[in-house]
Design a protein around this ligand. Structure first.
Ligand code: MAN
Ligand code: CA
Length: 401
């Protein structure tokens, strides 16, 4: 067999083929990854610009996340303040009425207890604050008489009532703090299934069961109005329940951050760490607390003078609340604006990044096709070049033969 030392033509074809194959490879990679810089070394500057853009988009997105949290915070504040506004406006009416009461009304005595059913999907905790929001409380069944009054208003479902042992397991109390003496448990109850049943349910039968306070599948809850003390007039007991409700809002939190403890809020508004700041809302401030704190004997509206003083305090609280709601509203608007600006910047950046990195499919496909043809040609040339010596040999052979 004759060995061929050099074949210049085959060498050149192989080089061409290698180059064309690499181009085809790169085109394919770009087309499948959709990224113009399949290989960082290909275009260092553009690659670096693109990664810087990506990092900035990332930062902007974190900023938007921040703003969105702050927005939820203010929206939660606003929804509680709206409830406070309702309660305070009812408290103003009650204070007015207390100033007005005729001797006859005062002699007609106390605000008799009444039970009613409120239907809806409440957890026990939601039911408790909803009842307070309405100027009542979850029903406290303290006697057989209460038990039949509650059964009389029930409409065949099961409901939450105001008992709980959440503070000390097994020690049942009513929501007004009184220990439970009258009881009407179903057989085997309370059984604290899985250690998680701390709220009181009344079955359609009237019997009681302990249930997880988070359950929202009951028909609703039984609310109690009026006062156990027959000397307490209606406006006094309703005012007292509303006052307790407004006060309780002071301890509300959002993601473990107090909503109304008066601390100033600050949130980054842009990349240069400019920030939006807002004055805190303090529901414990005297402007509010004077409206919801009873006198030394536990009364709010005893006698015309106290009712009059109370009216002024409630008016003060309402004014403060209007200011506070305006503050929250302005803050939320600022956040919304900042969020829109960040979103706009992000969109622009994404477009730029897109232009920079997205494959121009048409261009790349054309290049791909061209490279493929080149490769095929090169392959053909190489094949041709490789058989050349054989043909020469064959000629030689022919000559030999
Ligand atoms: C059953 C009983 C109750 C318990 C509920 C929980 O009815 O075991 O004691 O509270 O299930 O759904
Ligand atoms: Ca139970």
């Amino acid at each position: 067999m004759t060995s061929i030392q050099t074949n210049l033509s085959a060498d050149r074809s192989a080089r061409l083929l290698r180059a064309a194959s690499e181009d085809v490879q790169r085109s394919l990679l770009k087309l499948t990854s959709g990224n113009q810089f399949a290989d960082p070394s290909e275009s260092k500057t553009e690659y670096m610009i693109a990664s810087r853009h990506r990092a900035r988009i990332h930062r902007l997105q974190a900023g938007r996340e921040n703003l969105r949290n702050a927005l939820s915070f203010s929206q939660t504040q606003e929804s509680f303040l709206e409830q406070a506004a309702k309660a305070l406006s009812r408290m103003r009416e009650l204070a007015l009425r207390a100033m007005d009461v005729t001797m006859g009304d005062q002699q007609s005595g106390g605000d008799e207890r009444r039970f009613e059913v409120v239907t809806g999907n409440f957890s026990w905790t939601q039911a408790k604050s909803d009842a307070e929001n309405r100027g009542g409380k979850l029903a406290c069944i303290k006697s057989a008489e209460d038990q039949s009054s509650v059964e009389a208003v029930m409409q065949g479902g099961s409901y939450w009532i105001g008992g709980t042992d959440e503070i000390t397991e097994g020690q049942w109390k009513w929501v007004d703090g009184e220990a439970m003496s009258f009881e009407n448990w179903a057989a085997g109850e309370p059984n604290d299934v899985a250690g998680g049943e701390n709220a009181l349910q009344i079955y359609a039968s009237g019997k009681w069961n302990d249930l997880p306070a988070t359950n929202t599948t009951l028909s609703g809850y039984v609310i109690e109005f009026g006062s156990e003390d027959s000397s307490v007039p209606a406006h006094e007991s309703e005012y007292s329940a509303l006052a307790a409700f407004v006060e309780s809002l002071g301890s509300k939190a959002f993601n473990q951050v107090s909503l109304f403890a008066g601390q100033t809020m600050q949130v980054a508004r842009d990349e240069e760490s400019n920030s939006l700041q807002t004055r805190g809302i303090d529901l414990a401030a005297t402007t509010y607390s004077s409206a919801y704190t009873p006198d030394g004997d536990g009364y709010f509206l005893r006698g015309t003078a106290q009712a009059h003083a109370r009216l002024l305090q409630v008016k003060g609280a309402i004014e403060q609340l209007q200011q506070d709601r305006a503050t929250v509203g302005a803050f939320a608007k600022g956040i919304d604006l900042a969020d829109r600006m960040l979103t706009h910047s992000t969109d622009l950046l994404k477009q730029t990044l897109g232009r920079l990195t997205d494959v121009n499919i048409a261009e790349e496909s054309t290049r791909f096709a061209r490279d493929q043809i080149l490769r095929q040609t090169a392959t053909a040339m190489l094949a041709q070049a490789n058989i050349m010596p054989q043909s020469v040999l064959r000629l030689v052979d022919l000559e030999r033969s």
